[in-house]
Design a protein around this ligand. Structure first.
Ligand code: NDP
Length: 456
């Protein structure tokens, strides 16, 4: 048995909790997967590196519209893949070694479970106690019954954990799911040469987005990929050429690879939390208060295992609060979940913050909406843009923004002044006319959308 001041389960955002406040103290970091967590190894960072390559391919494919004839000669997938992991894998390995050899850290590379509020047993055979324990164990891919069954029968399929490491671009990739991961990989693989069929259970892609934006995106997506709405896979079978999917309507679909992307579930069921007295929400998230405290004294949680937002920037934010709270019990910092933005790096990009129009309506807000098309601004003309939009929802009574939803080039960056305005309580008028907007930058889409909001 070894005693620690702090034990951290999970080396993603949890790794950032080893602040100088713990110099001279003993910290255990426990990781059962690859060091560095989902974002670094199988999530945000590698996917965006693939997305960038996909954008380059799309630029070439689209150049004729600008009077430039070009052709995409060849996609060297192994080089694209190795550029990504040649950068990422050493960072992960370096982070692990740094913790293994750290002055005040001990790394346990195995699975941990609570056996008491302050005691963890490891698959490595180690048993430790810690004054404070942080659960930052993340989430994992959801496996619906048809895929549990396929797994049991040894029928191969990919998830976001595996698909970026494959050896070649599939000729026909079938993607099951219509959320973030599905549409990001649809973009990557279709731009790099695959035929993509996307099976979406409901009536539109990205169902939690603002309906108008989500519907427009579903239309644009359907022009690029074979999007099948209201479609569910019931069985997966291996064929000589790849895989066959039986669909709920009785039809079959064949392809050479299947990517499953139907959500991610918190890893709370694998940690022996009952033994520690840590409660779990009905949806599987570890229950925490606004400071990251679980129901067990001295046990904290953050990120995908407990947060309502499975987003790295939220996990980072929560980690900053918990890092402070661990050493300042009398001056706790609360999580700020008021205006959590998100972006989907598909084609075209999407970004959103705040309420959708449906939520504003359901909350009985006295709201006003405006939609500005990229194509009606000077930079939109330069881009020959035909799809980009910025939709804003504002409160008639206060003049404040309630929500912003963008679809189009650079949406993930363009939205930032709106997040800032909402976070700091600036009115639409202040945002639109209290600052210069550079002419003729693409940000004029935002300026014009703000000016379009009619409060009369
Ligand atoms: P999402 O929650 O985004 O989407 C899940 C999709 O799967 C929905 O289309 C849903 O359909 C469908 N679905 C759910 N259950 C089933 C089922 N049993 N059978 C068929 N379809 C089903 O999940 P993802 O896996 O795409 O991503 C997980 C999370 O990771 C995201 O929510 C996001 O928080 C995060 N992420 C963030 C990214 C970013 O910030 N850019 C990128 C990638 C992931 P329906 O609409 O009918 O419910």
């Amino acid at each position: 048995m070894t005693d620690f001041d702090l034990a951290i389960i999970g080396s993603g955002s949890g790794n950032s909790l080893v602040t100088p406040d713990f110099d001279g103290k003993k910290v255990a970091i426990i990781e059962e997967g690859v060091f560095g967590g989902t974002c670094l190894n199988v999530g945000c960072i590698p996917t965006k590196m693939f997305v960038y390559a996909a954008e380059v391919a799309n630029t070439i494919a689209d150049s004729a519209r600008f009077g430039i004839d070009s052709s995409l000669d060849k996609v060297r997938w192994p080089d694209i893949r190795d550029r990504v992991f040649g950068r990422i894998d050493p960072i992960s390995a370096g982070g692990r070694d740094y913790r293994i050899n750290g002055d005040n850290t001990t790394a346990f590379l195995g699975h941990a479970e609570f056996v008491a509020r302050d005691t963890l047993v490891m698959s490595t055979g180690d048993r430790i106690t810690a004054d404070q324990i942080v659960i930052a164990a993340g989430a994992r891919v959801v496996l619906p019954p048809a895929f549990e069954d396929a797994l049991a029968r040894g029928v191969p399929f990919d998830t976001s954990d595996t698909v970026m490491r494959i050896d070649e671009v599939p000729e026909h990739l079938i993607i099951v799911g219509g959320g973030y991961i599905a549409v990001e990989f649809a973009h990557v693989f279709s731009a790099l040469g695959a035929k993509v069929t996307l099976l979406c259970r409901s009536g539109r892609l990205l169902r939690r987005s603002d309906a108008e934006v989500g519907e427009r995106f579903t239309e644009v997506a359907s022009e690029q990929w074979d999007v099948r709405l209201f479609t569910e896979a019931t069985k997966l079978t291996r064929t000589a050429a790849g895989v066959q999917l039986d669909l709920a309507d009785g039809s079959q679909l064949t392809g050479d690879r299947v990517l499953l992307a139907v959500g991610r579930q918190p890893n709370s069921d694998r940690l022996g939390l009952a033994a520690a007295g840590v409660d779990i929400h009905p949806d599987g998230r570890v229950q925490v208060d606004q400071y990251g405290r679980t129901t067990a004294p001295g046990v904290w949680a953050l990120g995908d295992v407990s947060s309502p937002y499975q987003l790295k920037h939220v996990a980072n934010h929560e980690a900053r609060a918990v890092a402070h709270n661990l050493v300042h019990p009398d001056d706790l910092r609360a999580f700020d979940h008021r205006y959590v933005p998100s972006a989907v790096f598909t084609h075209p990009q999407l970004a959103g913050v705040g309420l959708t129009e449906e939520e504003a309506s359901a909350q009985g807000r006295n709201y006003v909406c405006a939609v500005q098309e990229y194509g009606s601004t000077a930079y939109g003309w330069a881009m020959e843009d035909t799809v980009g939009i910025c939709k804003l929802i504002a409160d008639r009574d206060t003049g404040l923004l309630l929500g912003a939803h963008l679809m189009g080039a650079h949406a993930s960056s363009l939205i930032q002044p709106l997040i800032q305005g909402m976070s700091f309580g600036q009115t639409v008028t202040e945002l639109a006319r209290g600052q210069y907007w550079i002419h003729p930058a693409l940000a004029e889409v935002i300026e014009n959308a703000l000016l379009k909001l009619d409060f009369s």
